[in-house]
Ligand binder design. Structure first.
Ligand code: 9L3
Ligand code: MG
Length: 136
């Protein structure tokens, strides 16, 4: 039943490079939605703000440093998965330190916003693409 679905809060980031390309990350084997290309991010840990969680996730998943002040909210995803309802704020980050790499063995890619449709994404992420096309 819809009304019994738990709302799960996950924070995600559109990392943008100097050429206006966006980073996407391929979910690794063994995780849910494996093989799909997503905007990096993840769940909050106890006591974290959204922005703190995102700074931590970007370090853990991509080995880059950024700051809370370098994250700007853009839009959000609201998607009913089978077993939970995902609420996912999307931040934009243009200022970060280091060169992103797939720490968890995942493939990553810098993609022009208009080409994001060429990569299969989680259903929650797809509606975010037009916002990035408008922004960039
Ligand atoms: N999720 C969807 N799109 C994204 C992210 C970062 C996460 N861009 C979904 C996949 C999982 C849930 O959110 O169902 C939690 O993500 P994770 O902790 O498995 O990465
Ligand atoms: Mg994650």
């Amino acid at each position: 039943m819809d009304e019994e679905k738990k709302i799960v809060l996950v924070v995600a980031c559109a990392l943008i490079d100097a050429d206006g390309r966006v980073l996407i990350s391929q979910r690794p084997e063994g995780k849910s939605l494996a093989g799909l290309w997503e905007f990096p991010g993840g769940k909050l840990e106890a006591g974290e703000t959204l922005e703190e969680a995102l700074v931590r996730e970007l370090k853990e998943e991509l080995d880059i440093e950024t700051k809370v002040a370098c994250l700007a909210p853009l839009t959000f995803a609201s998607h009913a998965y089978e077993s939970f309802h995902l609420l996912m704020p999307l931040y934009v980050c243009r200022r970060f330190w280091g060169i992103p790499r797939g720490v968890e063995g995942q493939a990553i890619k810098w993609v022009r916003p208009k080409d994001l449709r060429d990569y299969p994404m989680p259903a929650a992420d797809e509606p975010l693409i037009p916002f990035l096309i408008d922004l960039l």
